[in-house]
Design a protein around this ligand. Structure first.
Ligand SMILES: [Zn+2]
Length: 342
């Protein structure tokens, strides 16, 4: 198997995998930063694509691999599951006639996100300051390598053409796709796609499998409720936003992670610990064992910060480059500590 986008040995095969009758998952192992999954549902004479990856080169490669299935069934509909660029910045590669749908809060968040050019410049800046000693260099190395595999500077943004709130039942080539807004959780407007006739759910970033989830917005209670919504659907196959395809036990494992983290951070917050010290306590605890092997354990600090801020009555993590830069410096620090403790 070829190496992952980040140059690691893959834990499972990437590419197009059939997960149901005419239903496919496009996987980018190992679910590290930007290694996002997508999906395809092929109906009679028309298809739907779920998410379009972080840059147009990756989207082109994916659509090329889907071409044999699309020959008699062009893409009538694309769904963007949420506002993070690694799930929709490939939209410009879709046919001009494709209708693109997302949730109303995701659309608003897409407009508020940093642009591809800004993020591309942040990556270049990170690589430039990487040799600087101390937290600036640490942040630079981390953010620089996180963004390095992606051609963000070349991305032409194409926004969704339609939004909805609550639920939306779409029909594509005679097949039903049930879209349900389950956010805010990972981002402000997360949605999941259920394909009832195949028993498949595209859960996007409500599910991270064998890789550490990232909660930018929360609340954690909302994410747990979203997982319960997914478990309530008539389905046995779940395609995560990052990581390999899973079953109901895989959904439950993410639920267990949030219950565990919520309890431990509540304890550490009550003891007056900072988010970084709370995360350090969490990874030192024996109860961390089931989650220790997940890719990028240090991403926990982002979720810890979100939970910590909610417990302090504060809003979610801000968008400013200074705020995010400081946070990533600490994420990198926790990553080094975890590496050293291995
Ligand atoms: Zn993602």
């Amino acid at each position: 198997m070829p190496p992952t986008l980040h140059g690691a040995a893959p834990h499972y095969p990437g590419g197009l995998h059939q997960v149901g009758d005419g239903v496919f998952a496009w996987l980018q192992p190992n679910g590290d930063w930007g290694e996002a999954n997508a999906g395809l549902v092929v109906g009679a004479g028309a298809s739907a694509v779920i998410d379009t990856l972080w840059d147009q080169r990756l989207a082109r490669e994916m659509l090329g691999a889907m071409a044999t299935h699309l020959a008699g069934a062009p893409i009538d509909l694309a769904v963007n599951t949420h506002s993070d660029g690694d799930h929709w910045w490939g939209n410009a590669e879709l046919p001009a006639a494709t209708e693109i749908v997302t949730s109303t809060p995701s659309f608003a968040a897409m407009l508020a996100e940093s642009s591809p050019a800004e993020l591309g410049r942040l990556g270049a800046m990170g690589r430039r300051v990487a040799p600087v000693p101390g937290p600036v260099g640490a942040m630079g190395r981390y953010v620089g390598s996180m963004l390095a595999p992606f051609a963000l500077g070349d991305v032409q943004l194409r926004l969704p053409s339609r939004t909805f709130s609550g639920t939306s039942r779409e029909t594509v080539g005679g097949r039903a796709l049930e879209l349900t807004v389950v956010g805010p959780a990972h981002t402000p407007g997360d949605l999941v796609v259920h394909v009832p006739d195949a028993g498949v759910v595209f859960a996007a970033d409500i599910l991270f499998v064998d890789c550490t989830p990232v909660m930018w917005v929360g609340p954690v209670e909302g994410w747990i409720a979203a997982l319960d919504t997914i478990l309530g659907l008539d389905a046995d196959t779940f395609v995560p936003g990052h990581g390999p395809v899973t079953d109901r036990a895989g959904v439950q494992a993410v639920r267990d992670y949030w219950e565990w983290l919520r309890a431990i951070i509540a304890r550490e917050h009550a003891a007056g610990r900072s988010p970084l010290d709370a995360a350090r306590a969490a990874v030192r605890d024996d109860s961390f064992t089931p989650f220790r092997g997940w890719v990028r354990p240090e991403r926990m600090l982002i979720s810890v910060t979100t939970i910590h801020k909610a417990l302090s009555g504060e809003g979610p993590i801000g968008h400013s480059p200074v705020t995010r830069g400081r946070l990533f410096a600490d994420v990198a620090k926790l990553g080094r500590e975890l590496e050293a403790a291995r």
